[in-house]
Ligand binder design. Structure first.
Ligand code: SF4
Ligand code: SF4
Length: 80
């Protein structure tokens, strides 16, 4: 994946989610609290050997994923 920090960003009509892939430890907490079901673990590992988070779908901007992530690798940006 390279030395550069990889950031995955989901854009939707309402909001966007930014995931710092290299900080993700694959615990899955964010997936379990997402009411929209747009988060899932990718089937490949980051440079630290952890499966990491990706997103696919419409995000409501509720910030549940941001609040539960123990490694502070999720940011949520709400659109006005
Ligand atoms: S902000 Fe809410 S809806 Fe959007 S990805 Fe996170 S938990 Fe899911
Ligand atoms: S809660 Fe954080 S560390 Fe755990 S899978 Fe989600 S983004 Fe990765």
């Amino acid at each position: 994946m390279g030395a550069l920090r990889l950031v995955v960003r989901l854009f939707s009509f309402m909001s966007s989610v930014e995931i710092e892939v290299e900080k993700c430890k694959g615990c899955g907490l964010c997936v379990s609290v997402c009411p929209k079901g747009v988060l899932k673990m990718f089937d490949d590992t980051n440079d630290h050997g952890y499966f990491y988070l990706v997103s696919d779908g419409d995000c409501s901007g509720c910030r549940n994923c941001y609040l539960v992530c123990p490694d502070a690798c999720v940011s949520v940006f709400r659109k006005k």
